[in-house]
Write a protein that binds this ligand. Structure first.
Ligand code: CMP
Length: 140
């Protein structure tokens, strides 16, 4: 398996509780390298674009409101098989179903306020990274 990059967001519920470093410690312990990172306040337009695939879902409005409610930390993570590795490191979307030691089991408050986002495919990782980072901001 080749080296991959995935896109990560440390979400408002985690940044508000000052958990950026704690989440990053889990990320690094899993063998993922943080090759780009910045703290931003997403605009409504950015959040709506990012989650456009969910726009027909009943929770879309709530999701967008949440993602712009406080700063987030957007990241590019690099490792062998990074996309699946980070999904395993985050745990299930709903923290009630997340395995012990995962980011969502350790920190998430609910299925909506679930502390972290990670790309679900190579194609989406490339799209999501390009939405927030230019090439010269990513240093492997
Ligand atoms: P994420 O991986 O960022 O991708 C879509 C997000 O929608 C997901 O994490 C959850 O935070 C959110 N989500 C999924 N299901 C629900 C739900 N039932 N209610 C509120 N938010 C949800």
């Amino acid at each position: 398996m080749a080296i991959q990059r995935t896109f990560s967001i440390i979400k408002p519920d985690a940044t508000e509780r000052n958990l950026t470093g704690a989440v990053n410690a889990v990320i690094e312990k899993a063998g993922l390298r943080i090759v780009a990172q910045k703290r931003i306040l997403m605009t409504r337009a950015q959040a709506e674009t990012f989650y456009a695939v969910h726009k027909e879902r009943p929770f879309f409005g709530e999701l967008v409101d949440f993602m712009i409610s406080a700063p987030v930390v957007v990241q590019v993570l690099e490792a062998e098989n990074a996309i699946q590795l980070y999904r395993d490191t985050m745990g299930a979307t709903n923290p009630a179903n997340a395995a012990d030691g995962t980011i969502r089991k350790l920190f998430a408050k609910s299925v909506g306020e679930n502390s972290a986002h990670g790309s679900d495919s190579v194609e989406n990782a490339a799209i999501e990274i390009a939405q927030f980072f230019s090439g010269n901001e990513i240093v492997g």
